[in-house]
Ligand binder design. Structure first.
Ligand code: ZN
Length: 563
């Protein structure tokens, strides 16, 4: 049965184009005229960024709101119409908007009895066009915005919740798009309806996942060992430190880790967490120096909605996420006076207030703090609260720098070579003797992190089944023992220069020849691509950039700016 639609001119006469003012109107609501290819771009970006399911929820919610807005318009334009005609304004507005041709095939409504049964088909749904063009046939219905609209419009007209389902959809290979709508209560499983009321905050989910993965991952593969095996070493000084770490792990005390940058404080903090009774709960790490002062408190203690401009949602802080677990605060000396006061309160009373909030929250979190500065000195200088220092310093643990445990270098090298071989799915024959000799003689001011970066670079630069040579390691060490020859070829300029002291640096050459920064960057990007055989991720790592940051520079290079 096909149901006759009423005349739609009462609706279509309210579309107004006002190009002089730069506006398009649907009655009193401003709209814009958007082409499908442009919408498809947004659609694709959303789907690839947040995944199909979240995109579906997002578009359904947006459609739902749209339906509610159109229900107002329908009431205004059809004040005296029968309920059926009033209701049909919804499908007609869909058609007017160009979203699909709607063919109602069943319409049984009786608000008094809360009866509602509606079926119709969508012909030429714009969402099918977009989704087929962008993703091909999917394994689920794709008319998300249309479906959300049907729910929102119907609920607003009827005054009770109505759920529509798309029972067949061309976007998943069916011959037509057909939907059925019934009151929520009449569906056996109406969980879908929750989509419309949840905010589905991606950032919240990401934080939760982060909390979970930091707390659990890497240990799921049956290897608690892993954490302490990253703490590799046989030297006496290192073994002593491990014994202490093991002892403190099983206590409840706060721990203060001291040591130079790059000695692996976070690894040790994780190790302590994993060997504590809190190991099943989250481990949350925060480098206090990596976050601007003004945001640090919000990051630690969360934000109440409306606490400051832009705080549109309440957001949990790291302390709440770490509840029952462990929080690791690196470079704790960077905390502002106010953050120090709040931290002291957490330590003493196990409670805090989110930024902009007045309600006190309770948490049970073990604190492991770390610093590479002398905290006692900071106390003397008045930079750090003495009472907080004593609270944190219940169990101080000093992590020795790598130069005090040279004996451990071969073991660490073996570990990192394995790690990066498996990360880059390659297999080398290990280091040449000269390469190992270089590593043993290097002072390692950047400690284990520097060693790890050096090995990673070596693994990347070494062909399969070849040995990692001193040259491949040297090419990036911060204080290479020998001067490093660099070939620079920029716009025809070729200069073999050297980074070693006593030689003119290649930077000098660049200045002498007035080579632009852009040209230098371009050359670095090209060289990195060549060295990594056009593997973008590897090339990015060679330059110490994230993949997106590198890809951006690469793209800039491949599409020269037009002038
Ligand atoms: Zn469909």
């Amino acid at each position: 049965m096909v149901i006759q639609l009423p005349d739609a001119s009462d609706l279509s006469s309210h579309v107004h184009f006002n190009p002089e003012q730069g506006k398009v109107w649907l009655d009193e609501q401003r709209g814009i005229l958007q082409t499908l290819p442009a919408m498809a771009t947004i659609w694709r970006e959303i789907v690839t960024s947040i995944g199909v399911e979240r995109s579906r929820n997002l578009f359904m919610r947006s459609g739902f709101r749209n339906g509610e807005i159109d229900a107002e318009l329908a009431r205004k334009q059809r004040p005296k119409a029968s309920l059926t005609d009033l209701f049909l304004a919804g499908p007609q507005l869909h058609m007017l908007r160009g979203m699909a041709k709607v063919v109602p095939t069943k319409l049984e409504i009786d608000p008094a009895e809360k009866q509602f049964l509606m079926e119709f088909t969508w012909v030429d749904s714009y969402e099918v066009d977009i989704s087929l063009a962008e993703m091909g046939v999917l394994d689920l219905p794709v008319c998300w915005n249309l479906l959300g609209y049907a729910c929102g419009f119907s609920a607003a007209i009827m005054g009770f919740d109505i759920l529509f389902r798309e029972v067949s959809c061309r976007g998943k290979g069916d011959s037509e798009c057909r939907i059925i709508g019934k009151p929520l209560a009449e569906w056996e499983d109406a969980a879908d309806y929750g989509i419309f009321s949840s905010s589905d905050s991606l950032i919240e989910t990401l934080y939760d996942l982060q909390a979970k993965s930091i707390g659990q991952s890497s240990f799921e593969d049956g290897s608690e060992e892993r954490i302490f095996s990253t703490l590799i070493g046989e030297s006496a000084v290192f073994k002593k430190m491990c014994t202490m770490a093991n002892k403190v792990a099983t206590s409840k005390a706060s721990v203060l880790l001291t040591g130079e940058t790059g000695v692996g404080k976070e690894m040790i903090a994780k190790g302590i967490h994993m060997h504590s009774e809190r190991s099943e709960m989250p481990f949350i790490a925060l480098n206090c120096a990596a976050i601007p002062q003004e945001l640090l408190e919000a990051e630690l203690f969360g934000v109440e909605k409306g606490a400051f401009t832009g705080a549109t949602h309440a957001r949990k802080g790291r302390f709440e996420r770490a509840n029952m677990g462990t929080i690791f605060l690196d470079e704790v000396v960077e905390l502002s006076a106010r953050a120090q006061a709040s931290l002291l309160r957490v330590l003493q009373e196990r409670e805090f207030e989110p930024v902009g909030g007045t309600q006190t929250r309770s948490v049970d979190v073990r604190i492991i703090a770390a610093t590479n500065e002398d905290l006692e000195e900071a106390v003397k200088l008045g930079k750090f609260r003495a009472d907080l220092f004593y609270r944190l310093n219940v169990f101080p643990l000093h992590i020795p720098p790598l130069r005090e445990r040279h004996d451990d270098i071969p073991l660490l090298v073996e570990f990192f070579v394995d790690k990066y071989e498996s990360l880059y799915t390659t297999k080398t024959l290990g280091l040449t003797d000269r390469a190992m000799g270089h590593l043993l003689n290097h002072p390692w001011p950047g400690n284990i992190r520097e060693l790890e970066n050096t090995i990673e670079r070596g693994v990347i630069l070494t062909e399969k089944n070849q040995r990692i040579t001193a040259d491949s390691l040297l090419s990036g060490t911060s204080a290479a023992a020998q001067p490093l020859d660099v070939d620079i070829a920029i716009d025809g300029l070729t200069a073999t220069t050297s980074t070693g002291s006593g030689h003119s640096s290649w930077a000098d050459t660049i200045f002498e020849q007035s080579v632009s920064m852009e040209a230098v960057e371009a050359e670095l990007v090209r060289k990195a691509m060549a060295l990594s055989e056009d593997n973008v991720s590897k090339a990015a790592r060679l330059l110490g950039l994230s993949r997106p940051a590198f890809a951006y520079r690469l793209a800039k290079l491949q599409t020269p700016a037009t002038e």
